[in-house]
Structures are given as structure tokens and as C-alpha cells.
Design a protein around this ligand. Structure first.
Ligand SMILES: Cc1cc2nc3c(=O)[nH]c(=O)nc-3n(C[C@H](O)[C@H](O)[C@H](O)COP(=O)(O)O)c2cc1C
Length: 360
């Protein structure tokens, strides 16, 4: 018999300022993965409170870069919807916020957590945690320019000696930021070690009344329960766990409402999800781009579906729609190498890029 962790009880739904979110379980941005096609299938499954774009270069967007404009494309089902911006120039950040507001975006998230050298060297991402005055003034400039809610996503600090997230969160609250999301690691840590939930709790204690979103290593309902219980956070955001299990938001919402939840998708359901996601990618970018872009996420889906390496490899090699259909038909017919087509699939490990500080 399945044992379910005790469900949480919150007096109020999660809100970002005036924006009421449908649930407190949010999709964390994963550059290269959480694109529109992924967000659409996640929305169809249900239970997600908010989804965010990958980090978008403020200047690139203002200059009309095709790639940046594609990154902020959305769909009527993809709501509420946040765009995550990064940059170190306060004017560009303010102007891009205004631009996004005019485009009807629901909420803006400022990236202050990205550890990648390319971003950090330009004074953006996690390096913003190293210059308090400029950073607070930049964030204030963005908040004051727009009427839509503004949030900030950050790590616990630059390194163990500078755990500045509680300080920044409180200062951001004072200038009007409506919520902060905290990945419970430092920049120095990259993706190594475990998440410091005590560090997230300190942020919860530091702010007056804005919600704090706990983030990091939540893969299961039990993990989310631990995050909520040990940190006192008001919402949980999930990145890699959603790649392994796109049903996790629905499960979490069911759990909060009833104390129980349905199993995640089986082989047949995951296959259908993959097909739909590919269709959305093709609709947005055309077949050639879709074939290449789908390789990355398709690889993890097929791994999770226990598809043998030889067929995963064939999938990776597809160059035309006909080849793709042919290998997908074969995969559908063969089913999983472990487990059954309609039963619970064995748990899947989603590795993170190694040396994540330097390369994502
Ligand atoms: C491949 C990859 C890409 C990421 N891209 C972004 C990003 O664009 N913006 C951001 O704020 N965080 C990004 N992150 C960090 C995640 O949003 C999240 O904070 C981190 O993975 C911890 O949460 P998780 O354990 O639920 O994945 C990325 C992480 C990974 C592994």
C-alpha cells in the first residue's frame, strides 16, 4: 500500500502581489529545456502554478534578437507566465521590463542565480550578489517601472562565507519585489553537494511578508514535503524533477488538496506526451529545428521510458520526419525494456552537467 506524506495546510493560495497563482508548485527555468513546447505539455497535465522562460538577455531582447523574441513566445494555455531576464545594465533591465509589460507578460523574474562564467563576467546572474548597492538599485528601477509583479531568483550567496540571500531578500521586499525564489546552494557549489534547507529557512525568517519559494533537488512528493516543512517556504519550484516526471505538479496539487495523488505517467502516456511536445516544437520552429532541438529532451524521456540505448541512438540520428516516425513506431511497439507499457516505470535519474559552474 502506498504511504503518502502528510499534506501541507496553507490558509491562503500563493500570490505574487495581485497575481493569484493556481498552485504553489512552480516550474523552475532550465535553459534549453523549459521552452514553450515543454511548458505546453506541463500545462496540459495540470497542477503547475507558474512557468517561466529560460533566462533571456535584456539587451538582446531590446535589440530585437530573433532568438530572444522566440524565447518569450507563449500560448493561451501557457498562463500565468513569467519571463526571466538577466543583465547588469539598469537602463536595459528597466526598458525590457516595460517592453514585457506591454506584451502582456504576467510577471517578471530577475535572474540573480546563474553561476555560468559567461553571465557572471558581465556582472549579471549570481555576481549581482557581490555588489549590494547597485543590485538593489537595479531591482528597484525595474519594480518602479512596471505595474506587473517582479520577483527575483537567487542562490544562497556567492560562497559559504557570503550567505547574503536573507539580506537581499529583505532589501528587495522593501523596494517592492513580491516574491523571491531561493536555490539552496551557493554559486561556488554549482550543483554539487546537497541543498541547504537551513539556508532557505533563514530567508523565510528574514522577510516580512512576501512569499519565499524553496528550490533545489525536489524530485518527489516526499522531497517537496521536506522542503515545505523544514524551511517554512510558501511554494516550491522544481526544475530537473519535472524533466524526470512531468506529472509532478499535478501530483503535488492533488496531494495538497486530498492527501493522495495519482501515479506519474506510464510508458504509453509518456510516449503520447513526447509526440505532443514534438508537435508543438515543430509548430513553433519548423521540422528541421524541431528534429535537432528535440534530441536533448527526447534523450531523457526515452531513458526514463526504459528504451534501450540502441533505439535511443537511432532516435538521436533522425534527420527527417519519416525517419523519426519509423523509429518512434518501433519504440512504441517494443515498449520498455524494464517494466510494462501501462505499469509504473522504475525511477529515473536525471544527471546534471558536471562542473556546472562553468558549463550548463
Ligand atoms: C540545465 C540547467 C539549466 C538551467 N537554467 C536556468 C535558467 O535559465 N535560469 C535560472 O534561474 N536557473 C536555471 N537553472 C537552475 C534551476 O532553475 C534550478 O534552480 C536548479 O536546477 C535547482 O533546482 P532543481 O534541483 O529542481 O533542478 C538551470 C539548471 C540546469 C540544470
Amino acid at each position: 500500500m502506498t504511504r503518502f506524506p502528510g499534506r501541507p495546510s496553507f490558509p491562503e493560495p500563493l500570490t505574487y502581489g495581485s497575481l493569484k497563482l493556481p498552485s504553489r508548485y512552480l516550474l523552475s527555468p532550465l535553459a534549453g529545456y523549459t521552452n514553450l513546447s515543454f511548458r505546453r505539455v506541463i500545462r496540459e497535465i495540470g497542477g503547475v502554478g507558474l512557468a517561466t522562460t529560460d533566462l533571456v538577455n535584456a539587451r538582446g531582447l531590446l535589440e530585437g534578437s530573433r532568438r530572444s523574441l522566440q524565447m518569450i513566445e507563449s500560448h493561451p494555455t501557457d498562463r500565468p507566465f513569467a519571463v526571466q531576464i538577466f543583465g547588469s545594465d539598469p537602463i536595459a533591465m528597466r526598458d525590457v521590463a516595460l517592453f514585457l509589460q506591454e506584451r502582456g507578460i504576467d510577471t517578471i523574474d530577475i535572474n540573480m542565480g546563474c553561476p555560468v562564467n559567461r553571465i557572471v563576467k558581465g556582472g549579471a546572474g549570481a555576481s549581482m550578489m557581490c555588489s549590494a548597492e547597485n543590485t538593489i538599485s537595479l531591482v528597484q528601477g525595474v519594480v518602479e517601472a512596471v505595474s506587473i509583479p517582479v520577483t527575483v531568483k537567487m542562490r544562497l550567496g556567492w560562497d559559504d562565507k557570503q550567505l547574503t540571500a536573507p539580506f537581499f531578500s529583505r532589501e528587495f521586499e522593501k523596494v517592492g519585489v513580491v516574491a523571491v525564489a531561493i536555490h539552496g546552494r551557493t554559486r561556488e557549489q554549482g550543483f554539487s553537494g546537497s541543498v541547504n534547507r537551513d539556508g532557505i529557512r533563514k530567508v523565510v525568517e528574514a522577510v516580512e511578508s512576501i512569499p519565499v519559494i524553496g528550490n533545489g533537488d525536489v524530485r518527489t512528493i516526499e522531497d517537496a514535503a521536506t522542503m515545505l516543512r523544514e524551511t517554512g517556504c510558501h511554494g516550491v519550484s522544481i526544475g530537473r524533477g519535472a524533466l524526470a516526471n512531468p506529472w509532478i505538479f499535478r501530483q503535488l496539487s492533488q496531494w495538497e488538496a486530498t492527501g493522495k495523488y495519482d501515479p506519474p505517467g506510464n510508458f504509453v502516456e509518456r510516449f503520447a506526451l513526447m509526440e505532443r511536445q514534438f508537435g508543438y516544437l515543430e509548430e513553433q520552429h519548423g521540422i528541421q529545428h524541431a528534429l535537432i532541438a528535440f534530441r536533448k529532451i527526447g534523450h531523457w524521456y526515452l531513458k526514463g521510458m526504459q528504451v534501450k540505448p540502441v533505439h535511443r541512438h537511432e532516435f538521436q540520428m533522425c534527420k527527417t520526419r519519416e525517419e523519426l516516425i519509423s523509429i518512434l513506431n518501433k519504440i512504441a511497439e517494443l515498449g520498455p525494456s524494464r517494466g510494462t507499457k501501462t505499469g509504473l516505470l522504475p525511477d529515473m535519474h536525471v544527471p546534471v552537467p558536471s562542473g556546472a559552474v562553468e558549463r550548463w
